[in-house]
Write a protein that binds this ligand. Structure first.
Ligand SMILES: [Ca+2]
Ligand SMILES: [Ca+2]
Length: 180
């Protein structure tokens, strides 16, 4: 089996998001579209986010672990490892902060539970944690990157990595906001 080279890079974890920083991303908290309480659905597209490859975007409403905020979260190993992205207007040369809340799926080993984070095609890092023995989600909400686009439209992308088996890591509360 291919060994994953995985690394969580919680850069500048002391930075905190304030309401003064507007989130440029649409539906970064995955509260849309609403799915029934206790269930999940798999979509090719949801408000703001488009499937790039794979079966699609699994939106869960408290169906296999509590979200970081609101009622819903996204899992990208929906029925197989999938990729999704969103493109937003940015200013070249300006600094932005990208925040992601991440949790392993309860019960799932780290080898099945990775998510790569990309900005304009460059891999910022891979989020991976061991969910074995967890009865519920265990969120890390201090994952922050500073990015400086060289173009005026930027793409945030997430890719499920690791064993493609219909279960994977969770993300929630994704924020891209001007740093200054
Ligand atoms: Ca949410
Ligand atoms: Ca998996």
């Amino acid at each position: 089996m291919k060994k994953l080279s995985l690394l969580i890079i919680p850069l500048l974890s002391m930075l905190t998001f304030t309401s003064a920083n507007a989130n440029l991303l649409v539906n970064g908290n995955f509260e849309l579209p609403h799915v029934a309480n206790g269930t999940f659905r798999i979509f090719k597209n949801i408000p703001g986010w488009t499937t790039v490859s794979g079966a699609g975007i699994e939106v869960q409403f408290q169906s296999a672990g509590a979200p970081f905020d609101g009622n819903q979260l996204v899992e990208l190993d929906s029925t197989n490892n999938s990729r999704m992205q969103q493109t937003v207007a940015t200013m070249a040369g300006k600094r932005y902060l990208l925040y992601v809340a991440h949790s392993p799926r309860p019960g799932l080993p780290a080898s099945s539970s990775g998510i790569q984070v990309l900005f304009n095609g460059a891999v910022l890092g891979t989020l991976q944690a061991d969910g074995t023995g967890l009865a519920n989600t265990l969120w890390n909400n201090k994952i922050v990157w500073v990015v400086t686009p060289t173009v005026n439209n930027s793409t945030v992308e997430f890719r499920a990595v690791g064993t493609s088996d219909g279960a994977g890591a969770y993300i929630d509360d994704v924020i891209l906001a001007p740093a200054d």
